[in-house]
Structures are given as structure tokens and as C-alpha cells.
Write a new protein. Sequence first.
Length: 220
Amino acid sequence: MSIQQNLHHIKSTLPEQVTLVAVSKTKPVSDIMQAYEAGQRVFGENKIQEMVEKQEQMPKDIQWHMIGHVQRNKVKYMASFVSLIHGVENFKTLKEINKQAKKHQRVIDCLLQIKIASEDSKFGMSAKEASEILQSNEFSELKNTNVIGVMGMATFTEDKEQIKKEFTQLKTTFNHLKRFKPDLKVISMGMSGDYPLAIACGSNMIRVGSSIFGERNYNE
Ligand SMILES: *Cc1c(COP(=O)(O)O)cnc(C)c1O
């Protein structure tokens, strides 16, 4: 199936409240343009440099989401345009985003990445750290970032029960954090292999790459 057909197929299955982030990492501008022409405006990249290069070449009504690990020394390159940063793993990173957003007189929306997977390789903070951040005075002084929700990645496994447990844990954390910041609204969870389950567990933002653009080839 074509990129356009994949996109239409996925979109036809999504409940209205779910935002689809088309994950275009490693894919060329020509592929992303096919999705754009099919009406898609929200794209996710996991490397800041790659996102900047694509942003420069592509229509300016695209909303670019940074879904990968955020290197603090590179925040400055995306601060002028990034629409949502999913992977805020610690307070230091949030403060750096705030500092760079201020230079551009912007308020950048962010998600706190919560570690729900059992694998050590996955990034993220604990639910406790997240609640401490939201309750701190220092946080209330950050005027150029807006934390609007949470993001999580489940363990890479075939075990659906485990994935379900981890997604449910993120939803529970979200509900808990809302007590400290009632306007939290986004739960970013679910990828090509598990997004229907993520939605069933409360996700309202899914990050889907290979089911739209095809498998990635990292050797290209
Ligand atoms: C690559 C990536 C995705 C998309 O993965 P697919 O399995 O291709 O849908 C989603 N989220 C993050 C953080 C990613 O790095």
C-alpha cells in the first residue's frame, strides 16, 4: 500500500480524540511530502539535526514533534519552531528548553517522559520525580515551557499483558499528576505495533512510523 493509503487506513480506525504523530525519522523529504499531500501535518523525528534539516525544506504549516532523546546542547537548534517535545527526561532539560524558548519569545509545549518499560535502555523519569517537578517553586517560574502531559514507551516484547500493564501504569501516573497540574491533557503512548492497545488504555496521542512509511533501513 502507498503512504497515502496507509495513512488513510490508520486514520479511519482512530477515535476522534486521538492525535496521530507520523514518525518520519530516517525517511526522505519526498516520502514525508506524500503524507503531507494526503493531509498529514504532525510529524515526529527523533534526532534534532535531522528534524532541523527537514523543517528547513518543508512547508511551514507542519507541526514538528521531537519524540527522541533530547540532548541539552542541541535544544537551541529546534527552539524556534518545534511544536511539542515528548522526551523531557529530567528537570535540567526542561530548564534548558525554557531558556532557549525565551530567546525566541515562545512558549514550547512539553511532555514529561515517564519510564514505564522494564528495560534499562529506555529513558525517562519516575512518577515520583515528575510529581516533584510539578510541585516545585522552580517549575512554577518557568514561563516559556508548558508541560501538557506525559509520554512513555513500553518494553519491546511480544507479551501483550506486560505492555498493557505498562500503558495502564502511564495512565495512572497521568491521573495522579493531574492533581498537581489540572490542565494536563496529553498521554503520548503507542507505536505501530501497539497503538490500538495504547488507545484502549487511554492514549490520546500515538506515534506511528513504520505502519505509514514502511520499515526503516538504518544502513541507507
Ligand atoms: C521510532 C519511534 C516511534 C515509531 O515507531 P514505529 O514502530 O515505526 O511506529 C515511536 N516513538 C518513538 C519514541 C520512536 O523513536
